[in-house]
Write a protein that binds this ligand. Sequence first.
Ligand code: HEC
Length: 152
Amino acid sequence: MRIKLIVFTLFTLVLAACAGSGPTAAEPPTPRPTEMPTPDPVILGREAFIRICAACHGPNAEGYANELNAPALDATEHASEHPDQQIHDWIVNGKLGLGREMPAQGENLTDEEVHAVIAYLQTLWTEEQLAVQQDITSRWPATPEPTWTPGP
Ligand code: HEC
């Protein structure tokens, strides 16, 4: 009787040990790590636009929000005639125009925000404007190096 009990106990222990190190298929599935949602660049860009650009370009990029006479960046003027690279450069380094000037904004924005602002501006253009703008962006620069040099 006692022997039977010991054998039974041992058998149960062995079973338990086997179950513990059993085949992986029997294990409960590991929960997948919660994925961080990818931030929408357009939303990020809109936020950055409101924070930095709206003071001059207006809350909806309609332009002329102050005495600096910043142009509209929506579909009504010609921001969309410029490739992404040029717009990126102007945002970071500023832009000298005829009788007006945009101060550099590079210190106020991360590079991700600059790209996001451009993505936001692209949502303001017509489909046709965007298609043309994407085309010039893909072919930029038209010439690899500037050919102009100052005269003697
Ligand atoms: C302090 C005022 C000011 C701020 C802030 C400002 N801009 Fe400007 N921006 C201007 C002015 C003025 C011009 C016109 C320069 C010129 O005549 O070439 C301009 C021109 C531009 C142009 C060229 C438009 C065209 O049709 O040629 C783009 C694109 C632009 N700004 C984007 C931005 C973005 C994006 C931001 C925010 C990250 C921004 N600007 C912030 C004043 C500003």
